[in-house]
Design a protein around this ligand. Structure first.
Ligand code: ADP
Ligand code: ADP
Length: 229
């Protein structure tokens, strides 16, 4: 596992408009912290900062005590796996899409990850199997199937730190429950940042941060937050 720490983080996309203000929290190694709050609260922004799409304006973000600005882009990307809301797949083969995070993976490893993500059967059933093209000219995948490909990719990559950014928000309720169960299994014993809209989906988090307009307005375990409502 990896310990993630945000210390008094400040950030704005434009100088005149701060999005995150003095944001501090820690995700101990192997634990799950959830961030909930309304749309526009700044939840995805903090994921983007952790992945260094952007750098903080003030404060610091560290992994195992090391400021992420001193970590190479390549090792940061190796350390972090992201399952976003809408996984965009490459217009390439299923195998390529699963192995994307771990170039050089063997066919056996790819199939094992696909099996664990429960997509092996329908891929094996298509005429070219793992060589089937995804997208425009090939396999048409549903939202749930795409998320399973993203999960297989994450399993194969096996990073110590995971970000689930509303990974089930675009799914119907049946798929949502199934994919949530898969995400829970993937995140076991890993350091996980879960971004969600609703408290009800993150019952098991070590800590839940409730954000509004760039600030943490409440924090605690699920039962504590419910008791205060
Ligand atoms: P959430 O994930 O909680 O819905 P975001 O982190 O996506 O919120 O966005 C927080 C705020 O930052 C919003 O007001 C949004 O409009 C703004 N924002 C997000 N991305 C950008 C961007 N690339 N440029 C400028 N403003 C942005
Ligand atoms: P929305 O209200 O947008 O549908 P939810 O609050 O249902 O969003 O959940 C948001 C995200 O939290 C999900 O997409 C999923 O990625 C993640 N998630 C929910 N529960 C868990 C869990 N127990 N473990 C890991 N990830 C979870």
């Amino acid at each position: 596992g990896a310990t993630v720490r945000f210390e008094a983080v400040r950030f704005g996309y434009e100088a005149a408009r701060p999005i995150l203000q003095e944001l501090s929290f820690e995700i101990p190694a192997g634990k799950k912290v959830a961030v909930v709050g309304p749309s526009g609260a700044g939840k995805s922004t903090l994921a983007r900062l952790l992945y260094r799409f952007y750098d903080v304006d003030g404060g610091r973000i560290s992994i195992d005590g090391q400021d992420i600005r001193t970590v190479s882009q390549a090792s940061l990307r190796r350390a972090i796996g992201i399952v976003p809301q809408d996984t965009v797949l490459f217009n390439d083969t299923v195998a390529y899409n699963i192995a994307y995070g771990r170039p050089g993976a063997t066919r056996e490893e790819i199939e094992a990850a696909a099996r664990a993500a429960h997509i092996h059967d329908f891929i094996a059933a298509s005429p070219k199997g793992y060589e089937t093209l995804v997208g425009e000219r090939g396999l048409k995948l549903s939202g749930g199937e795409k998320q399973r490909v993203a999960i297989a990719r994450t399993l194969l990559k096996d990073p110590p730190l995971l970000i689930f950014d509303e990974a089930t928000s675009a799914l119907d309720s049946r798929n949502e429950r199934a994919i949530q169960a898969e995400l829970e299994a993937v995140g076991r014993n890993k350091t996980v940042l879960v971004i969600a809209h609703r408290l009800s989906t993150v019952v098991d988090a070590h800590e839940i941060l409730v954000m509004e307009a760039g600030r943490v307005v409440e924090r605690g375990r699920h039962a504590e937050l419910l008791a205060r409502q």
